[in-house]
Structure formats: C-alpha cells, structure tokens
Design a protein around this ligand. Structure first.
Ligand code: DGL
Length: 275
C-alpha cells in the first residue's frame, strides 16, 4: 500500500542534470516531500541513442531508485518517457510518472486551438510520443515536431542568452514560419534553461502571442494529484533532498546549479548496476 510508504522519498531520474528543472518544480510544489535525484551523467545523452538502449538504461536507473525504497519514480526525461514509460512499472509496485502526457495536456490548455510545435531530442521526435499524447486528447490537432540536438550542450554550457543560442534557435524554428503554431512545447528537460532565447526567436517567427510551455510545473501538479489520490503525501516537512550522479566531472556542481541552485552542493557519485 502506497499510503504506508508515504514517508519514503520521491525518486526522480534523468539522463543527466536537465531533469533537475523537473525536480525543482516538484520541490516547490511539494516542499514536505523528500526527493532523491539520480542523473545518469556517465551515459548522457540519451536523446541520440536507440530506443532499446534508452530502455535498458532507464531500467537500471529505476532499479537503483527502487533499491533505495522510493515510493514513486518520476521520469524527468522526455526521451525515456517517450521510449520506455510503459515498461518501467512492470514487475514492481513502485508507480512511475513521465513528463510527456502532463506536457501535452499543459500545451493544449495554453493553446488557443491552433497547431502545436514540439521541440525535443531526435529520439523524442522520432518516437512521435507527443503527437500521440496530444491526439489522445484532440485527434485533429496539427503537431509540428522539430529535433533540436544542439540545445542540450548549449544549456549545459550555460549559454542561455548567448548569440550562438539565438542563431541555433533561428535555424531550428525557421520551418515553423507560416504554420500558425500558437504553442511551443519545450519537450526536453534541458530546454527551459534556454527559454528566453527560444521565446525571443519564436516571437520573431510566429508573433508575440505564441505560448511557450514546459512540462516541469505540469509534472509537479500531476505528482501532487497522484499523492493526494493515493493518500501518500508525507505528513510533515521539510523534506530532505539528495543528489546522485553516475559520473562526477569537474564542473558537475556548477552545471547542476544552473538547473536548480539547491543541487550545486553535496552531489554524490554512485554506480548504477548496469545490465
Ligand atoms: N534529458 C533528455 C530529455 O529530456 C535530454 C538530454 C539527453 O539527450 O539525454 O530528452
């Protein structure tokens, strides 16, 4: 029973540090909950890998979090949510929540009824997961999906407002001209760091009314709803936060701090069992 495990932590994982944007939103919405974050920095990026590899990596990460007794796993990675979500809950009693459905719902809520664009990794775009999630709600909605692989290293480098980021965004968003897109989903956990540059270019291409949506807040709301509906909210806080990475390169604290300042200290290097 989930209710009996309510004092346990929420496990959040990503291919790297980008998922900290989702963890931060969960911490803000649910400050009493304990959070355990795992970034698979040894194997990032996932966005350019085959679905079979992403599924295997994701299973290893879920096993790590389950061993630590988390009550819920949040997949704070669009690529994993796109390829592996269905299979991750198999064979265990730990529920799993992904980012794609909440992101799709948030986009449709923000849209004025026009076409929606999704920016994501090549893997997420190839999977068409956002398109399917949007069409579950609105089968006739036009969806334009664009792979933006260069955004991930730009976010890690901290080039949020850099001229190079603007140039790259112009290149990626150019095909949206004339489409009438009124909402853009930042379908990758790294992209919220570049939201300023992406928004400015989106205004150039699509006009000032275009909405930019990221799934972090929507996922946090989904987690809150889930805990309430299962009676498994932690009773008293504040909850502790622990940060694990599978590789700790020199600037790991600095880069983590860009995604969520709380994560810049106390990151622990762990080995995840690889299968
Ligand atoms: N976290 C990944 C995502 O949201 C982006 C980084 C990667 O390619 O692993 O899709």
């Amino acid at each position: 029973m989930l209710r009996e495990r309510r004092e346990a932590a929420i496990g959040v994982f990503d291919s790297g540090l980008g998922g900290l944007t989702v963890a931060a939103a969960i911490a803000e919405a649910l400050p009493d909950e304990e959070l355990l974050y795992l970034g698979d920095t040894a194997r990032v990026p996932y966005g350019t890998r085959s679905p079979a590899t992403v599924v295997r990596y994701a299973r290893n990460n879920v096993a790590f979090l389950r061993e630590r007794g988390v009550k819920l796993v949040v997949v704070a990675c669009n690529t994993v949510s796109a390829h592996a979500l269905g299979g991750l809950a198999d064979g265990g009693d730990t529920p799993v929540i992904g980012v794609i459905r909440p992101g799709a719902r948030a986009a449709l809520a923000a849209s004025r009824g026009g076409p929606v664009a999704v920016l994501g990794t090549p893997g997420t775009v190839r999977s068409r997961a956002y398109e399917y999630a949007i069409h579950e709600i609105d089968p006739d909605r036009a969806v334009h999906a664009i792979a933006c692989p260069l955004f991930v290293p730009l976010a890690e480098e901290g080039w949020s407002e850099h001229a190079v980021t603007t140039m790259v965004a112009r290149e990626y968003l150019a095909p949206l001209a004339g489409t009438g897109v009124d909402t853009i989903i930042l379908g990758c956990t790294h992209y919220p760091l570049l939201a300023g540059a992406i928004r400015a270019v989106a205004h150039e291409v699509l006009g000032p009314e275009v909405a930019i949506v990221d799934s972090a807040t929507a996922v946090a709301a989904e987690v809150a709803r889930f805990l309430d509906s299962t009676g498994s909210r932690r009773l008293a806080g504040p909850g502790a936060r622990r940060f694990y990475v599978t590789d700790a390169p020199d600037r790991v604290g600095e880069v983590a701090g860009r995604f969520w300042s709380a994560a810049s200290q106390g990151i622990e290097h762990v080995d995840v069992k690889v299968t």
